[in-house]
Design a protein around this ligand. Structure first.
Ligand code: ADP
Ligand code: TRP
Length: 384
């Protein structure tokens, strides 16, 4: 057990961070580090997790450094002894515990993870994949087909077979086993450090619940508290407060959240965007034709999102409410974002690779020790 309760989170280095990640994930973490002295913060880069879906491996190393550089430029203190920043791949215990836990995880349990279904199928044949994923629908369909006249039935059966074949070929069957079982790696990430608090977005809550289940199962099978069970999702929300609910929207499509996996980057302000590029994106943000600025996500998601961004960057939404000039709201938001990005890019220039390397290696030594000690406990009850 660690002396201080552990707060742990991992941000993938696959893509550049955007201002949503900054306000929704990095800033709350930096604030908590500065505010709470009685906790240990594990901020790690899940780099083994980065290639559960295909990536360009020549870029992975640089993007890990880039992410850590951003953390520091965004205010993460580098000399706070409560903070560990490490690469998952540098701590062998993550892989070892993943294998162990996978032998205590049901195949059906993994198959129920909705993110696998989403990720395995989004770029492929969603219709066919959906059919397979929702078995009861498939059964209904087979029932309907069985009741058709012979000609129609043969034709429908052939079409259905085509769907399933396509799905199997393009979707689920082509997804890696790593993508399928990665929630087990995520459970290892959390359990190795006795982490109780794990701030995760909605798409990760199922994985956190799984982590709790596998920890409880293992402890009860061996009748010992090998793993600390992380707090339930409800308590996580209570602990981390409203930050978890914050969702900056996409500027071009304000009905959707800003996301690195958006179809187009027109509405996403990346931290690496040049100030001019960011200004252009803001000036061409989608608004509406109502002609008056109001805080109303339902009817005016575009302007409301701009008001929200204005507030987050320290501007005054009330100066613009009930005004008619969308252009001046956009200009003000652009001005604040341009300042923020210029400042950030300057700070990044002052951070050296040696500094990052040093910070990672120090943390990795400590993380290795903690992780190894938990792994040893598990190995010993396994008879290893
Ligand atoms: P993305 O959708 O860009 O892939 P992730 O799902 O990887 O982002 O989320 C990483 C972290 O950033 C999470 O903590 C999530 O809550 C936060 N986050 C992501 N998008 C936004 C957003 N648009 N507004 C606020 N926070 C966000
Ligand atoms: N699965 C998370 C994501 O896709 C990243 C992650 C991996 C993580 N391991 C973790 C987050 C452990 C929190 C705790 O965003």
């Amino acid at each position: 057990m660690n002396d201080k309760p552990v707060i742990l989170t991992g941000l993938r280095a696959n893509n550049d961070l955007h201002i949503g990640n900054y306000f929704g994930a990095v800033l709350p973490m930096v604030d908590s580090i500065n505010r709470l002295d009685n906790y240990q913060f594990n901020l790690f880069v899940p780099d083994l997790h980065s290639f559960t879906t295909p990536i360009d491996h020549t870029k992975l190393k640089a993007s890990v450094y880039d992410l850590v550089t951003n953390y520091i430029a965004l205010g993460l203190p580098i000399d706070n002894s409560n903070v560990l920043v490490y690469r998952q791949s540098r701590i062998p215990a993550h892989s070892e515990l993943t294998w162990i836990l996978s032998c205590f995880t049901g195949f059906g349990e993994m198959r129920r993870m909705t993110q696998f279904k989403d990720k395995a199928t989004t770029t492929n044949d969603v219709v066919g994949a959906d059919l397979l994923a929702r078995d009861h629908n498939l059964r209904n369909l087979i029932q309907i087909i069985a009741e058709l006249g012979e000609d129609q039935r043969l034709q429908a059966e052939q079409t259905l077979r085509g769907f399933i074949h396509q799905n199997t070929l393009l979707g689920v069957d082509k997804a890696s086993v790593g993508l399928f079982s990665y929630p087990i790696l995520m459970a290892a990430d959390i359990l190795l450090y006795d982490a109780q608090y794990v701030p995760v977005g909605e798409d990760q809550t199922q994985h956190l619940e799984f982590t709790r289940d596998i920890a409880e199962r293992f402890n009860s099978k061996f009748n010992q508290e090998i793993f600390v069970v992380p707090k339930p999702v409800r308590q996580q929300y209570k602990f981390f407060g409203s930050d978890q609910g914050l969702r900056i929207r996409d500027l071009a499509n304000p009905k959707k959240k800003m996301s690195k996996s958006a179809d187009s980057d027109k509405g996403v302000i990346f931290l690496s965007d040049s100030p001019e590029r960011a200004r252009k994106k803001i000036m061409s943000a989608t608004t509406d034709s109502l002609g008056i600025i109001n805080y109303d996500y339902e009817h005016q998601p575009g302007v409301t999102n701009l008001l929200e961004i204005l507030k987050l960057f320290g501007g005054e939404p009330k100066d613009y409410i009930n005004k008619t000039e969308y252009g001046s709201l956009k200009s003000r938001v652009a001005e604040l974002v341009v300042d923020f990005l210029s400042n950030l890019h300057n700070k990044r220039l002052q951070i050296t690779t040696e500094e990052i390397e040093h910070m990672l290696c120090e943390s990795e030594n400590q993380a290795n020790e903690q992780a190894q000690s938990t792994l040893n406990k598990a190995k010993s009850v396994l008879g290893l």
